[in-house]
Design a protein around this ligand. Structure first.
Ligand code: PLP
Length: 478
């Protein structure tokens, strides 16, 4: 395929859009410019391939396809069946999974599908059994009451939010924290690492129905074999949310005890972070949960997005190529180079480093909150996000941390030498930013001072760093 084809495809698409609503075409163009010019260190973002992006912009978007392959509630789904089956096949082969469900619209949706599947599989509820065998009309009001009582208030044990867990692993602001009786495991206060003995102790005391592994902001490998043993010892279903590190599993950087797929009963993921696909979610599971998982739509999800499933099939096919393993290895090499560069310059890192795609900087070492650091870095052309650190004194809004990740810059082709330069830019900004004060003189968690000339200089240096690695080099919109 000629590189020109990519340029023609996107230019033509924008021309068609511009004829209807030019402001949308302009915004799409501006987004490409912004992404090209900023040093993107958001650990959960990436750059999908032109093939993946193009697979979403078509008439598959018009199809309703509730149900699953070959068992739809709508007629005329033969082509949707083709792409859904392809995406599922690529996912099974890539991850060595017994079953793959590729319909979830996002990671949160994938987790809800998984929760439903585990509840339906595990909760002893005669009323639910009746409902499952489609005797719904035979259920009395008392049956429904019992069903709600039996499904509600089940127990979930997941990683705490400030240790790096995700909202959907049982936290109050999310529905998982409202429907489950939740307890969490944290990390060792000195090392910042998961203490598996403490997890086992919490599991023994709490006896969860579901033990959740996986994280959004934990910079280390997790031993899923040990977590499975803990789950087995208390009769829990072991679920892993690998949304963040799915690309490292796909690229065989995480194998053996660190690959969740052979160890978990059920694995959920997003497809758009380190896996570098379209925005979306996916569930992988063992055969006994497959039937419940496949009820995801319409049980939990709205109609599937066939255009996104087509893009998932494309991205998963890309992830099965040998060069994806090289990409995944480089993600981790880059994260480690970034961590070493920061440490050498005196930054304080949670766990003292990384063995995955992300680094968590404790910016209290610079006298800043996460919010101040995030904004000062943004002023300097460096895009990151603030994040809690374990036992965070500033809470989940202001935080004391900055999370940085390497999947996106690695896609652009930046390497370890450039990660050291990136560490220099981050350190300079953080070291030169000072926390501000409120009008009454008390310390502000949001205000800060950074010399605008320095911010401009760093932004220019960030652009210089990116210049040899153009984003979507074949695409020229002018
Ligand atoms: N699970 C984990 C571990 C995540 O980090 C995230 C997103 O940040 C999600 C789930 C939710 O993904 P989405 O935004 O696609 O719903």
């Amino acid at each position: 395929m000629s590189r020109n084809a990519e340029s023609t495809a996107f230019r033509s698409a924008l021309e068609v859009i511009r004829a209807v609503e030019p402001r949308v075409a302009d915004a799409i163009g501006a987004e490409l410019t912004d992404q090209r010019e900023s040093l993107k260190l958001i650990a959960s973002e990436n750059y999908a391939s032109p093939a993946t992006l193009l697979a979403m912009g078509n008439w598959f978007s018009d199809k309703y396809a509730e149900g699953t392959v070959g068992r739809r509630f709508y007629a005329g789904c033969q082509n949707v069946d083709t792409v859904e089956a392809l995406a599922a096949e690529h996912a099974r082969e890539l991850f060595g999974a017994a079953h793959a469900y590729v319909q979830p619209h996002s990671g949160i949706d994938a987790n809800l599908v998984a929760f439903w599947a585990v509840l339906a599989d595990r909760v002893e509820s005669p009323a639910l059994k009746k409902a499952q065998v489609r005797q719904v009309n035979d259920l009395t009001e008392a049956d429904w009451f019992a069903l709600r009582r039996e499904l509600g208030n089940q127990r979930m044990l997941g990683m705490s939010l400030d240790a790096g867990g995700h909202l959907t692993h049982g936290f109050r602001p999310n529905i998982s924290g409202k429907m489950f009786d939740q307890r969490s495991y944290g990390t060792d206060p000195v090392t910042g690492l998961i203490d598996y003995d403490r997890v086992a102790e919490a599991a023994r005391e709490f006896k969860p129905l579901i033990l959740v592994g996986g994280y959004s902001a934990y910079p280390r490998k997790v031993n899923f074999r040990i977590l499975r043993e803990i789950a087995d010892s208390v009769g829990a279903t072991f679920m892993v949310d690998m949304a963040h590190f799915a690309g490292l599993v796909a690229g065989k950087v995480f194998t053996g005890d660190f690959d969740p797929v052979p160890h978990a009963h059920i694995v959920t993921t997003t497809t758009h972070k380190s896996l570098r696909g379209p925005r979306g979610g996916m569930v992988l599971c063992q055969p006994e949960l497959a039937d419940q998982v496949d009820r995801g739509c319409p049980m939990v999800l709205g109609g599937p997005l066939p255009h996104v499933m087509a893009a998932k099939a494309v991205a998963l096919a890309e992830a099965r190529r040998p060069d994806f393993a090289d990409y995944a290895t480089r993600i981790v090499d880059n994260a480690q180079a970034l961590a070493e560069g920061l440490l050498r310059r005196g930054a304080k890192l949670v766990t003292g480093g990384t063995d995955n795609h992300l680094v968590l900087i404790d910016v209290s070492g610079y006298g800043l909150t996460g919010r101040q650091a995030e904004q000062a870095l943004l002023d300097s052309g460096i895009v990151t996000n603030r994040n809690s650190v374990p036992q965070d004194a500033n809470g989940a809004w202001y935080t004391s941390g900055i999370r940085v990740g390497t999947p996106a810059l690695t896609t652009r082709g930046l390497g370890t030498a450039e990660m050291d330069q990136t560490a220099e830019l981050i350190h300079t900004v953080l070291a030169q930013t000072t926390a501000g004060a409120n009008a009454d003189g008390t310390p502000s968690k949001a205000k800060y001072t950074l010399d605008p000339d320095l911010a401009d200089k760093i932004a220019r240096q960030a652009t210089d760093l990116l210049a040899p690695h153009p984003l979507y080099p074949a695409i020229n919109l002018t």
